[in-house]
Design a protein around this ligand. Structure first.
Ligand SMILES: Nc1ncnc2c1ncn2[C@@H]1O[C@H](COP(=O)(O)OP(=O)(O)OP(=O)(O)O)[C@@H](O)[C@H]1O
Ligand SMILES: [Mg+2]
Length: 329
């Protein structure tokens, strides 16, 4: 069969990324232009500034990606762009750019769900991974337990009722003065601390999650006692949220009788979470997968991979494609 080259475009938040991926799994290039430095001084992403920066850099990022892949634009077989969920202005830049490329090159356009992209990051890192499996998506905006029945057949088993786990990490980091983005900073500091602070765990009857209670508890604790050991607080926060993630995942795995678990999304780069999930291979006879750290956070390689699998199953968009900020999986 002829190789299929997908050009993926990601612009849903504060990363402008373009990637060339062969046959859905082999990354030829994955250029990521992060705006972290620009938004850092505001303590979070400023949507309008994000959109403007996407416009400024997207052509250059595309050229660089083609160059690194050693490909000419005419060799590309399909264009996959994120059309949701995300910030509407930011999404529109990638969607418009993708539409223009698809029209000019007369190639299929695949509007791609960002969250399906996070899941697909696992296909790039683990060439042997195939559905069915269970995926725990832990990102800046989502905490979802999903049964991946096939490449394009998903069932949500549980999700957060309030904050996404990434939001909780970022909020905790901000309150104790670690800055933005908080997740990696909490990860680093937690390694120097002991998980010796009792924090509340919200147990729900079903497979849903809730992180607003623990987030508020950390904020209150820090306000009442600003001298609390920050490293211990980070370690305790990580330990408590990881216990919740692990418990729900085991519950879902038993319910469905599935032993293959993949983690996805920015928070799956967390070293403590990765370690604790890997332990399940020994203690619960599970097989645990997670993407390479660079593929955990936003990037276009995962979008190209998810777009490729949509294309294979005949899900092709037309030029009416629009951004859908609250797109569900
Ligand atoms: N090592 C880490 N430990 C914990 N959290 C992390 C780590 N690295 C990144 N994160 C968190 O991951 C989140 C970003 O992930 P991601 O890029 O997947 O989210 P998003 O694109 O903003 O949201 P979504 O994908 O849900 O739309 C941030 O909340 C960040 O703090
Ligand atoms: Mg994301």
């Amino acid at each position: 069969m002829k190789d299929i080259l997908t050009l993926g475009i990601e612009s849903s938040c504060d990363e402008t990324s373009v990637s060339i991926v062969k046959n859905g799994r082999e990354v030829l290039s994955n250029v990521i232009n992060s705006q972290i430095k620009i938004h850092e001084k505001f303590g979070g992403v400023v949507p309008e500034i994000a959109s403007r920066n996407h416009v400024e850099v997207i052509s250059e990022v595309t050229k660089q990606s083609l160059k690194e892949a050693g490909k000419d634009i005419n060799e590309i077989d399909l264009i996959a762009c994120t059309y949701g969920p995300g910030l509407v202005g930011a999404l529109l830049v990638g969607v418009s750019y993708g539409k223009a490329l698809a029209y000019a090159l007369n190639k299929p356009l695949i509007g791609t769900n960002h969250i399906k992209g996070h899941i697909a990051a696992n296909y790039i890192t683990h060439k042997e991974l195939k559905p069915p499996f269970l995926c725990l998506i832990i990102s800046g905006g989502h905490t979802h337990l999903v049964h991946i029945k096939d490449y394009n057949d998903f069932e949500i088993l549980g999700k957060t009722r309030d904050d996404a786990i990434g939001e909780a990490f970022d909020k905790v980091a901000r309150v104790i003065g670690l800055g933005y983005p908080g997740g990696p900073k909490v990860d680093k500091l937690a390694k120097e601390g002991e998980p010796n602070i009792e924090l509340p765990k919200t147990h729900l009857d079903n497979l849903d999650f809730s992180f607003s209670g623990i987030k508020t508890a950390v904020i209150n604790l820090h306000h009442k006692n600003p001298n609390v050991n920050k490293a211990d607080l980070c370690a305790s926060f990580e330990k408590t949220v990881t216990e919740i993630l692990v418990q729900n995942t085991i519950k879902a795995a038993r319910k469905l009788n599935i032993n293959t678990i993949a983690l996805a999304g920015g928070v799956s780069a967390n070293s403590y979470i990765r370690k604790e999930f890997l332990n399940l291979e020994k203690t619960n006879n599970m097989k645990i997968y997670y993407p390479d750290p660079i593929l955990c956070t936003d990037n276009a390689a995962m979008i190209a991979s998810a777009g490729y699998y949509s294309y294979i199953s005949g899900e092709i968009s037309n030029l009416e494609l629009n951004a859908v900020p609250n797109l569900k999986i």
